[in-house]
Design a protein around this ligand. Structure first.
Ligand code: SF4
Ligand code: SF4
Ligand code: SF4
Length: 440
């Protein structure tokens, strides 16, 4: 029978006994804590409740980790409902750490693979409770039969109820503590919160993903170059294409924890956009090389595969949210590729249409960030617009190659901002957002 965790925040004191119990039970495999205690209102704002949530993997009914893993390294047991990571199949791409909105998969730096809560099958098969449940002194954590009617929508700390986490969280008995009759000004509170609140580290950062920045920029350029050749653009030297193709392959495996298992990334075409991207990039590079080395009739197919690869790249980043008001970014690789192709092939209307759309998306996003009080980096923005859009528009008819080079540079800046702006939902992030929203 499938099981679920139960959790009562009215009982939890945030003592961390569950975290320690989990470590003791699984210390051989655990390089970082699998269970985390998140405290809401840890700074003690007097007009909000203070409570803690103890979370590990929720063994979801619709596990995002399993759906998006390109190597098919997760399984879900039909009887118990346990979602298991098989480290021996994992390639260490870390995509599941982006895809899981509950921050459950942890990357083990030593093995280059993922680890997470197992639901203690060694204990439950003997009729015992999981270690974290057994050691909770307040009986806040529990296990019960899976309840299909458990509330999931709008439950604080469960950012994406569509994964159907197997956990029942009890309602707070006192969500509104008695008022102290004093309400500080918003600016005072904002300054206080900025000092005392611990902002969770971003899961995706430019520093951490620079190889992906280079990979996506080079692949956009190659797809545009081959597409432009088909439309009468500049010649593509086979050695240049092959060298850049080799660079693409090197960059795409450089960030894997287990590069020797890279081939496994092709195993989950059924539901993983990362798998589909790997397949499309491989197809593009293979067809492109064949077209340039003596089979020119393959050129249209190669160009189409290139743009298919760009589409797959943009799709796989959709697990990360909040890149802008519509989850549509001016540095999406498909837009970059079409813009560059228009410039390289001297197709004024296409280049102009793409340039205008990218410029509009860029400015609209900055405006949205400014309204949210987020940094808009005005100098970087001015550079991006001048080099990547204004310059190419002026040089399009006289110096198309210079225009394309400037556009590429502008897109590189925009794409770097993209990695800096990507946000993956997490329980910590949701608690912090909720606290800010309630206080300010
Ligand atoms: S909590 Fe995350 S890792 Fe666990 S089953 Fe759900 S999606 Fe997968
Ligand atoms: S292959 Fe990638 S997505 Fe799959 S478990 Fe390993 S790190 Fe996660
Ligand atoms: S069920 Fe087991 S593995 Fe999962 S958090 Fe609890 S003690 Fe750790």
């Amino acid at each position: 029978m499938a099981a679920q965790f139960t959790f009562d925040p009215n009982r939890c004191t945030g003592c961390q006994a569950c975290v320690v119990a989990c470590w003791i039970e699984n210390r051989e495999q655990q390089s970082r804590p699998w269970r985390t205690v998140h405290t809401f209102n840890a700074c003690g704002h007097p007009q909000l409740p203070i409570f803690s949530l103890s979370f590990a993997c929720h063994h979801c009914e619709q596990p995002a980790c399993l759906e998006h893993c390109p190597a098919d390294a997760y399984t879900k047991d039909a009887t118990s409902g346990n979602v298991t990571i098989h480290a021996e199949l994992c390639i260490g791409c870390r995509y599941c750490t982006w895809a899981c909105p509950h921050d459950a998969p942890k990357f083990n730096e030593a093995t280059g693979t993922i680890e997470k809560c197992t639901f203690c099958p060694e204990r439950t098969s003997q009729g015992l409770e999981p270690a974290c449940v057994a050691r909770c002194p307040m009986e806040a954590l529990g296990v019960s039969a899976l309840d299909p009617a458990r509330p999931l929508e709008g439950v604080l700390g469960l950012p994406a109820p569509d994964t159907r986490p197997a956990i029942h969280i009890h309602s707070l008995k006192h969500p509104h503590p008695p008022s102290l009759g004093f309400q500080p000004a918003a600016a005072t509170l904002r300054a206080f919160l900025d000092q005392v609140l611990e902002v969770p580290a971003a899961k995706i950062t430019l520093r951490g993903e620079w190889t992906l920045l280079c990979f996506t920029t080079v692949i956009s350029f190659l797809a545009a170059w081959l597409g432009a050749l088909r439309l009468g653009g500049p010649a593509v030297r086979p050695w240049a294409f092959l060298s850049l193709g080799a660079l693409v392959l090197a960059l795409s495996t450089a960030h894997l924890g287990r590069p020797e298992r890279a081939w496994r990334a092709l195993l989950h075409l059924r539901s993983s956009w990362l798998s589909r991207e790997v397949a499309a990039v491989s197809l593009f590079l293979g067809l492109g090389a064949a077209a340039l080395l003596g089979l020119p009739h393959l050129l249209p197919l190669a160009a189409a595969a290139g743009f298919l690869a760009l589409f797959a790249i943009d799709r796989l980043y959709r697990v990360a949210l909040r890149v802008g008001p519509w989850n549509l970014h001016s540095a999406h690789t498909l837009l970059n590729g079409a813009y560059l192709m228009g410039l390289l092939a001297g197709l004024g209307p296409l280049a102009l249409a793409m340039g205008l759309m990218k410029g509009f998306l860029y400015l609209h996003r900055k405006r949205h960030f400014a309204q949210q009080g987020r940094s808009i980096r005005p100098l970087v923005g001015a550079l991006r617009l001048a080099v990547g859009m204004l310059g190419p528009a002026l040089l399009l008819t006289t110096h198309p190659l210079v225009a394309a080079g400037m556009a590429l540079l502008g897109d590189l800046v925009d794409r770097a901002e993209y990695y800096d702006e990507l946000e993956v939902p997490t329980p910590q992030g949701e608690l912090l957002r909720e606290l800010r929203a309630r206080v300010l």
